[in-house]
Design a protein around this ligand. Structure first.
Ligand SMILES: [Ca+2]
Ligand SMILES: [Ca+2]
Ligand SMILES: [Ca+2]
Length: 268
């Protein structure tokens, strides 16, 4: 374990965090065929995705509880009940090589381009989701070059898989670290798998074994909904402006020009 190298790589992964956008990126990764929308509570709205490659069902909302310490996140997943489904947990990994983090730019259990799945062996569920299923590229390549070629981050139809830019996009991994102080995490901003103090914080994305719930259609991307809302708002505003100008031309010689500031329309 080289803690200093882990810190350096984690910082490299974070340099992009402030600019990272999340998006539904068609044609990248396998998610369009391997993630199937599931309704868990009978309201016909998507709560989760069955991952046909890992045979687990991921919660759609990756920010159900916000930022928690590792124990808090694990306890939350353990107690979670949606519909009548109660076997939730945090994603797991297999600690390969020496006990704990074997930091590298590829092929190990820690760093960038980590082990994901080999035949039936799943090495890291969340790394597989991010690298393979969603088709993202690590901030650093296996040769050690770091070029940040990964913007926007593909998040399929998940919500908040890349948290707000002001936060570290870290997600706890539930598997115990070899010492009682640390815990594994995965960084969805740059594809970094590492470890940190378990009493610090990260987000929590829960998953359930097997294929649960009822199949429902894939939801409209949030970005599309936000774009539509933006266009409706703009049309309404312009209509109000026209009426207002029409009613008050004689007493308002100067026309006001509406200024629209569009913030990110993609889901965070
Ligand atoms: Ca539902
Ligand atoms: Ca439970
Ligand atoms: Ca190891």
């Amino acid at each position: 374990m080289n803690y200093r190298a882990v810190i350096i790589m984690a910082i490299a992964a974070l340099t992009l965090t402030s600019t990272v956008l999340a998006a539904t990126v068609p044609g990248q990764g396998t998610w369009e065929t391997t993630l199937q929308a599931r309704d868990l509570n009978g309201d016909q709205k998507v709560d989760a995705f069955h991952d046909t490659e890992l045979n687990v069902t991921w919660l759609r909302d990756a920010n159900m509880i916000g930022w928690r310490d590792w124990d808090g996140a694990r306890n939350w997943a353990d107690a979670l009940v949606i519909g009548h489904f109660n076997d939730w947990r945090l994603p797991g990994l297999i600690d390969t090589g020496a006990p704990g983090c074997d930091v590298a730019y590829g092929g190990t259990d820690c760093g960038f381009n980590v082990q994901t799945k080999d035949n039936e062996t799943v090495y890291s569920e969340i790394a597989h989701l991010w690298y393979i299923t969603l088709g993202n590229i690590g901030y650093c390549n296996t040769d050690g070059s770091c070029n940040g070629s990964n913007d926007p981050i593909s998040t399929g139809h998940f919500e908040s898989l890349v948290p707000p830019a002001t936060d570290m996009p870290r997600f706890w991994i539930g598997t115990e670290y070899p010492d009682p102080v640390h815990a594994w995490y995965f960084d969805t901003g740059g594809g970094f798998q590492g470890f940190d103090a378990r009493d610090w914080g990260a987000y929590a994305l829960a998953l359930h074994p097997g294929d649960i719930g009822v199949a429902v259609p894939i939801p409209e991307p949030q970005s599309y909904i936000m774009l539509m809302l933006g266009l409706i708002f703009m049309a309404l505003w312009q209509s109000i402006e026209r009426k207002s100008r029409h009613n008050s031309d004689s007493i308002q010689p100067k026309k006001r020009t509406p200024i629209f500031v569009f913030r990110s329309i993609t889901p965070h």
